[in-house]
Design a protein around this ligand. Structure first.
Ligand SMILES: Cc1cc2nc3c(=O)[nH]c(=O)nc-3n(C[C@H](O)[C@H](O)[C@H](O)COP(=O)(O)OP(=O)(O)OC[C@H]3O[C@@H](n4cnc5c(N)ncnc54)[C@H](O)[C@@H]3O)c2cc1C
Length: 438
């Protein structure tokens, strides 16, 4: 099944899971689900936004578990994280709309009631909802509008689990205390189950996964360093992992000078080769401490994840475009072209100047060795401009016949995708590796 079909399956599953509580709400009958008139419509929309919002909120936690079958359903972990972001944003909007509709119900007839509706009261079931919304606003504000360090942001993001618990308490208790509903209506049970799954998924990611998951362990066997780029090779302590070149792994180095947080890096070696190679650029507090790594340091590896490999596409006529450290996932793939003569690849690699082109000699060597591979280094300083579709079609011919693989900084990729789409390339022919999960 291709990645597009998988994505459709993933999104359809989310659609069904989040709309079931609405259908169940309708089964309550006109006494509880009366959508007629201004008051019925605002009340109904208030209920629907709340129910769908909390269901999507629960799904965001389930998506963050990095469980294999979820990655399968979406055709790659990067797509799972994209879905996570979209659902988180949608849940936020729906949950904010929920009290707005309920207040609108009392306007204009009961202005006084409307004005105090969102203030804390003797009803704890309502207060839980107010706490959840306040917490959500603060945490989403931090995510969208602050530039704090990744691990500080991740720490704040984990409080969303607590906010979710308050939202669940509100959803489950409020109808009993305010609307005097029977607790065993179908949608109650459904929301209860989905919420329990969301809370379990949150606890699993935060506390359980690391304890029960048996990650593969490797030992560092080689470290090379040039300017701000680290080449790290690791050899399996016991059993090696199976992987495709271009996939990525979460790596945790056991070195007292480095944090124990797992970081994602692309595999820069050939599929299933015993040793795994990484190419890492020093960027922030973790990667600038890599100088402390020593031969024989233990490394725990989670994965592999991702689908960024040339063999996953039917079209064998491909253009690969890398910017800077974005060359990492292509390095192992290039080695494999030797045994894949039916693929024809042009690799464009761009950096400010030639000395910054990582793997230049290695790629030049392969380009001279292989008939089906061309390496086109592009120094934006030397060429006095960035690589663009005009230049690519001049050097590689008709772009319409090809599939494109992109990896590099976000702004570079966005710009390249826009150019490709503008010349008529379908988005389904453009495959990118995302280097940013925030
Ligand atoms: C799928 C994937 C593949 C990647 N492959 C490579 C590679 O081959 N070579 C390479 O040099 N870089 C790669 N990266 C980027 C690399 O993960 C970050 O540069 C590194 O984690 C930065 O950590 P830092 O603390 O030094 O920098 P920071 O300044 O703290 O972080 C810089 C950015 O890196 C990301 N990041 C930081 N910590 C984490 C984490 N624990 N989990 C997820 N993202 C994090 C965030 O987007 C953050 O904004 C990849 C990222 C992803 C998502």
């Amino acid at each position: 099944m291709n990645s597009r079909a998988k994505k459709i399956i993933g999104w359809s599953m989310i659609g069904i899971i989040s709309l079931i509580p609405v259908l169940l709400l309708f089964t309550l009958g006109p006494e509880y689900a009366d959508f007629s008139g201004y008051s019925g419509i605002t009340q109904g929309l208030g209920e629907i936004t709340g129910l769908v919002g909390i269901t999507l909120f629960a799904i965001t936690f389930i998506l963050s578990t990095r469980i294999r079958f979820i990655e399968e359903a979406f055709g790659g972990l990067d797509k799972v994280y994209i879905a996570h972001g979209i659902l988180g944003g949608t849940a936020f909007i729906l949950i904010l709309s929920h009290p707005v509709f309920l207040v609108l119900k009392y306007i204009p007839s009961y202005i006084q009631l409307a004005s105090t509706y969102l203030l804390p009261s003797v009803y704890w079931s309502v207060n839980f909802g107010i706490i959840a919304i306040a917490g959500l606003i603060i945490l989403i504000f931090i995510t969208l509008f602050t530039r704090i360090k990744y691990h500080t942001w991740k720490f704040t993001h984990e409080f969303l689990g607590l906010v979710f618990v308050f939202a669940v308490l509100h959803a489950l208790l409020v109808r009993g205390s305010i609307s005097k509903d029977y607790i065993f209506h179908g949608y109650y049970i459904y929301i209860g189950i989905v919420s329990a799954m969301g809370i379990f998924a949150f606890l699993y990611s935060l506390f359980i996964k690391e304890r029960i998951m048996k990650n593969a362990t490797y030992l560092i066997s080689k470290i090379n360093h040039k300017k701000d780029i680290w080449e790290i090779e690791m050899t399996p302590e016991h059993k090696p992992i199976n992987y495709q070149s271009g996939q990525f792994i979460f790596v945790r180095f056991y070195n007292e000078k480095l944090s124990k947080e797992a970081h994602p890096f692309s595999i820069a070696s050939k599929s299933n080769s015993k040793n795994i190679k990484l190419m890492v650029k020093s960027l922030g507090d973790f990667t600038t401490r890599l100088e402390n790594l020593r031969i024989k340091d233990k490394v725990s590896i989670e994965g592999p994840y991702g689908r960024f490999n040339f063999r996953n596409q039917k079209n064998h006529n491909q253009i690969w475009i890398a910017a800077g450290i974005g060359i990492a996932p292509f390095l192992g793939m290039v080695e494999e072209l030797e045994n894949s003569p039916d693929f024809k690849v042009d690799l464009y690699h761009t950096a400010k100047d030639q000395s910054e082109l990582i793997g230049y000699n290695f790629l030049k060597l392969f380009s001279s060795k292989l008939k089906n591979f061309r390496y086109i280094p592009w120094s934006s300083g030397g060429n006095k401009r960035r690589i663009d579709t005009k230049e690519i079609s001049r050097l590689s011919g008709d772009l319409m016949e090809k599939d494109f693989f992109l990896c590099g900084p976000e702004n570079f990729k966005e710009d390249m995708i826009e150019q490709l789409v503008n010349v008529g390339i379908k988005k389904s022919h453009v495959h990118e590796e995302v280097f940013n999960f925030r």
